[in-house]
Design a protein around this ligand. Structure first.
Ligand SMILES: N[C@@H](CCC(=O)N[C@@H](CS)C(=O)NCC(=O)O)C(=O)O
Length: 216
């Protein structure tokens, strides 16, 4: 039984939970963070000195950082197949896209777009910065579209850890009120992700509690 500390509305918790769902693991998830609190206590900080979610406990092992957690779960409980391959070269290619997903795709959506649009009142919003962020993110979508091509998933025929790290961003991208350029390949990819039970259960989670007053 894996214990996940983190609120269901955290995008990083969602990525971990989606991975847990895909791997079919037993878990309990405890609400920590934001209004639930609990992340600034000595006990929590002893597990995660950064006071952020998610943190997981698996027996005596405690881990934080969502991608490190996903890789650990795949290494320990996966089958060495497509999701996170045992073969170093194949694994590195999955990690290459997962790293990009974390360091660019998710980062440059969450703060500059999601926070700006949903967690910031309209009067305080820097619309010019939001427009620039949307342009940059659309460039990322263009490159993701090129990588997807005719394939169902980022790495080709098979669903991998890279889809979790990149794909969890798309629920909020499509759900929030922003201008979106027509991207049929990404639309189809997002539809494909929505057909996955664990995506619907752990990623397609209402974020209304995060909405700032006056955000629109
Ligand atoms: N790089 C970390 C980021 C963790 C992070 O920023 N978590 C946010 C939620 S997505 C957090 O803990 N915010 C404070 C809170 O929820 O109270 C990861 O991927 O796990």
């Amino acid at each position: 039984m894996i214990t996940v500390y983190g609120r269901a509305t955290s995008s990083n918790v969602q990525a971990v939970m989606w991975g847990i769902g895909e791997l079919g693991l037993d878990y309990e998830r405890l609400d920590y963070g934001l209004d639930f609190g609990g992340i600034d206590t000595p006990d929590y900080l002893a597990m995660n000195p950064h006071g952020l979610v998610p943190t997981i406990r698996d027996g005596d092992l405690v881990l934080w950082e969502s991608c490190a957690i996903l890789r650990y779960l795949a290494a320990k409980y996966g089958d060495g197949g497509a999701f996170w391959p045992a073969d170093p070269a194949a694994r590195a290619r999955v990690d290459m896209w997962a790293e990009w997903g974390k360091a660019h795709f998710a980062r440059d959506f969450t703060g500059p777009i999601f926070w700006a649009r949903v967690r910031t009142a309209a009067v305080a919003r820097d619309e010019a910065a939001l427009t620039l962020a949307l342009d940059r993110f659309d460039g990322y979508l263009g490159r993701l579209e090129a990588q997807l091509g005719d394939s169902p998933y980022v790495m080709g025929a098979d669903f991998t850890l890279a889809d979790v790290v990149i794909g969890h961003v798309l629920f909020r991208y499509y759900d929030i009120d922003i201008p979106r350029r027509s991207r049929p390949v990404i639309d189809a990819y997002y539809a494909r992700l929505q057909s996955r039970t664990a995506f619907r259960e752990h990623v397609m989670v209402s974020y209304e509690v995060l909405r700032a007053e006056g955000a629109g």
